[in-house]
Design a protein around this ligand. Structure first.
Ligand SMILES: [Zn+2]
Ligand SMILES: [Zn+2]
Ligand SMILES: [Zn+2]
Length: 380
């Protein structure tokens, strides 16, 4: 069930900023970063630095109590699917034919001696969060509206953003109203031009033909530089300066605060023990049969599930997520699922020896680490 998100954080939030998480020392910014005194103090945005890295803004404490999570219904009755020998053999044949060098002899000649089910549960918790950070930004000033101080800026969590659908990653950058002001460009000191880096501002450089002497070999005057020994710098056409990149020659910059709003999904899985011998990582790429699904603002741990380790994982991961992500972001929605992942261990005999392979997931993936004929050339 979807419910409206509580967003009453009080009208005063942002006036007194609770501080930024993870501040970054100013020295980590490049030499072209503007000096800190270039930026005005904006109430509610004191920790904002140029180029980002100011850390995330912890969300304000809601001024109304969080809604109490609903008790989840007990999971439906569940049945364990099992695969037939036919299906196991078919999956095995497909797997072997996908390996260019594997011989198909064990598939054709092998005799299945045992099929064992080791079905397991996968619990998954996803938490959809919104986080906000701010940074001072700049662009050449070309007459844009200047509004700093016209009225107080809204706090970072008071500015409206357009959230995507739940569990869709998204990022939005919003220019914070009432923070834009005009400053002289700090790189060219308001000149609009900087000394040419090729000729260090001289406008010319040593003639490459006569190497600065003005003469060629003997007494002939150098025709390339007419005996000057120097030639015009081609980068700046002899002017000694070039247009400032930062203000693009406009001499002034519009500086303002950008609010960066990010929506992301944090995900954790727990796979119940299954003793089949198949590595747990193999299960990451397959799906299972969904036994239980629950999505709401804050989920409640799964109750009364047949496998107690799943219920415990649910309780632990929900506690971890709500503790961890509520510090740096706002939780908008949580979703938990329990899947039953089929795993079948197939034992077979080939050339008098016993071997094993696994068929797992809805996709009937196969794992056969001890496949006896991995090189078609050696098995004759
Ligand atoms: Zn130059
Ligand atoms: Zn010359
Ligand atoms: Zn400039």
């Amino acid at each position: 069930m979807e419910r409206p998100i509580v967003s009453d954080y009080g009208a005063n939030y942002g006036t007194v900023n609770p501080g930024y998480g993870l501040p970054v020392p100013a020295s980590t910014h490049g030499p072209s970063a503007p000096p800190a005194n270039m930026f005005d103090t904006v109430p509610g945005y004191e920790g904002t630095v140029a180029g980002g890295g100011g850390g995330y803004l912890p969300p304000p404490m809601p001024s109304v109590p969080m809604p109490v999570p609903e008790q989840t219904p007990s999971p439906p009755s569940w049945n364990i699917p099992s695969i037939s020998e036919e299906r196991a053999r078919e999956a095995f044949a497909t797997y072997v034919s996908s390996k260019c060098c594997y011989s198909s002899a064990p598939v054709k000649e092998g005799v299945i001696t045992n099929l064992e089910s080791f079905n397991t549960y996968r619990y998954r918790l996803e938490t959809f969060t919104e986080s906000r950070s701010t940074e001072w930004s700049q662009e050449p000033y070309t007459g844009q509206p200047v509004d700093a101080g016209v009225q107080p800026a809204l706090g970072p969590w008071q500015i409206a953003a357009q959230p995507p659908a739940f569990f869709q990653e998204h990022k939005q950058t919003i220019r914070v109203p009432y923070t834009s002001s005009v400053k002289n460009c700090h790189l060219c000191l308001g000149m609009g031009r900087n000394p040419c880096t090729t000729c260090a501002g001289a406008g010319n450089k040593v003639c490459w033909v006569c190497n600065g002497s003005g003469y060629r070999q003997t007494d002939d005057r150098c025709s390339h530089c007419n005996g000057r020994g120097r030639e015009n710098c081609s980068s700046c056409s002899g002017s000694g300066s070039s247009q400032c990149d930062t203000c693009r020659g406009k001499r002034q910059l519009l500086v303002f605060i950008n609010l960066i709003v990010k929506w992301s999904t944090e995900k954790d899985d727990f796979v119940a023990q299954h003793l089949s011998g198949l590595q747990v990582e193999k299960l990451e790429n397959v799906s299972g049969k969904e036994l239980f699904k629950d999505a709401q603002y804050m989920v409640y741990p799964v109750m009364g599930f047949p496998d107690v380790s799943v219920a415990q994982a649910s309780e632990r991961l929900i506690r971890e997520h709500q503790g961890k992500y509520a510090q740096t972001s706002r939780i908008l929605q949580q979703r938990q699922t329990v899947e039953l992942i089929p795993i079948t261990k197939v034992s077979y005999m080939w050339k008098g020896k016993s071997h094993v392979y696994y068929v797992y997931g809805n996709e009937f993936k196969v794992n056969a680490d001890d496949y006896p004929a991995t090189c078609c050339c050696s098995v004759m």
